[in-house]
Design a protein around this ligand. Structure first.
Ligand SMILES: *[C@@H]1O[C@H](CO)[C@@H](O)[C@H](O)[C@H]1NC(C)=O
Ligand SMILES: *[C@@H]1O[C@H](CO)[C@@H](O)[C@H](O)[C@H]1NC(C)=O
Length: 390
């Protein structure tokens, strides 16, 4: 294929150039006219009126200044063909996480780059911003950092159970700088890391969810779960916080398509999942699930939905799982954990009240951090009723 740069006519380049310039001017214009809406309410009340300084930042307080490229992205734009019935509007407002503007300082770093140039190598900053509520992150007009000598993925089905090339990852954000380090870190590194042993495909990953009989324990097997439904009727679904994507790989082996959400907490989880040949979704547990109502056959989540999530957020999340599941769809809540008292007082009623039918409900003790902590697990298989009231 031709390189677009070499074949693109001069007029196109001029047009693009114009687009860049004009959008920057537009930014300036919009910024000057709508600046009040982006100032922090607490500062505006003390400031008589916003002033426009020569460097296009308007807010007086240095720490509250929002970067022009951010304003460029979120500013309303008129639709080229005017009023559109589907939108019921003639204007579009590109969205970002409602909390982005609370973190002006980080946002300024995140949005500082040359338009049409390379993005800074700032995955860690971006993820922190996202995790505390700036989600979705604003789009950027730059190219992300990429490995110097990118290695293309292994072919299917080999890719499903192979460690990918180190050259498929930008390692800057992680303690480990190659896959060998990630595979060995369970043995060689002290301290906690999320999914510390998950990159070793010959370790625990190899046998997860494959036991032929869970014996009534907390570890349900995939085939046992699928066996509760008519063959072939579980086809598509979601794994929330799915580590290195082994659940999706196991399901793929059964011709079931699973999308895996994951963050990159001290490891290239998204790159790894993608290299295996299943779909990673870079989405935190705070974000509304990007699926329509009543569409998915199964939602699974292991070790993620637990007592570290604020209760109200968890309540919203569980309703969101209920929403995206189709009637008759399965919610496999795998190893939810909390403290014993919390379970009786908070979580059992909370989960109970969403409206799922209990297919399996197994409670057991969690002892990995010592019995004195009185921690416990719940593994549940829940079904959205075929006739659910609304
Ligand atoms: C944008 O970047 C590309 C790739 O570096 C370059 O070919 C193109 O000329 C640039 N366009 C403008 C308008 O600067
Ligand atoms: C998956 O689909 C392929 C192609 O349709 C088929 O040959 C294979 O037997 C299926 N595997 C399972 C486990 O259903």
């Amino acid at each position: 294929m031709d390189h677009p740069q070499t074949t693109r006519p001069l007029t196109t380049n001029l047009f693009l150039f114009f687009l860049l310039i004009s959008s920057n001017l537009l930014t300036f214009f919009l910024f000057s006219s709508t600046s009040c809406s982006f100032t922090n309410p607490t500062t505006t009340s003390n400031v008589p009126s916003p002033r426009i300084s020569e460097d296009v930042y308007v807010v007086d307080d240095e720490s509250q200044r929002l970067p022009p490229e951010f304003i460029a992205f979120i500013s309303p734009e008129e639709l080229p063909f005017g009023y559109t019935k589907n939108f019921d509007s003639d204007t579009i407002y590109p969205p970002v996480g409602q909390s982005c503007t609370l973190f002006a300082d980080e946002l300024r770093h995140y949005m500082s780059y040359k338009v049409n140039g390379s993005c800074p190598d700032d995955e860690l900053l971006a993820q922190k911003l996202l995790l505390k509520g700036c989600e979705p992150l604003p789009r950027r007009r730059c190219r992300p950092s990429a490995p110097a000598k990118y290695a293309e993925p292994l072919p299917l089905p080999t890719s499903l159970w192979s460690t990918p090339s180190d050259a498929s990852v930008v390692w800057t954000a992680y303690t480990c700088k190659n896959y060998a380090c990630l595979i060995n870190r369970m043995r060689t590194q002290k301290g906690f890391d999320d999914c510390k042993d998950c990159f070793d495909l010959n370790g625990r990953e190899k046998t997860r969810w494959t036991a032929t009989n869970s014996g009534g324990g907390l570890d349900f097997a995939i085939d046992e779960v699928l066996g509760t439904k008519k063959p072939g009727t579980i086809r598509i679904g979601l794994d929330i916080g799915g580590g290195t994507g082994t659940f999706a790989v196991r399901m793929r082996e059964r011709n079931i398509t699973i999308v895996t959400t994951s963050m990159n907490l001290n490891g290239p989880f998204n790159s790894f999942i993608a290299s295996r040949g299943v779909v990673p979704l870079y989405l935190s547990i705070s974000q509304r699930l990007p699926f329509f109502d009543n569409t998915l056959d199964i939602v699974h989540s292991m070790h993620v939905l637990s007592n570290w999530i604020p209760t109200t957020l968890l309540h919203f999340l569980l309703f969101d799982v209920y929403r995206v599941l189709r009637p008759g769809g399965l919610f496999w809540l795998d190893h939810f954990f909390c403290v014993e008292e919390q379970f009786e007082e908070v979580y059992a009623p909370l989960i109970d009240n969403i409206g799922f039918k209990k297919v399996k409900w197994v409670v057991g003790r969690k002892l990995d951090r010592g019995p004195e902590l009185r921690e416990m697990y719940l593994s549940a298989l829940l079904e959205k009723p075929l006739k659910n009231s609304w």
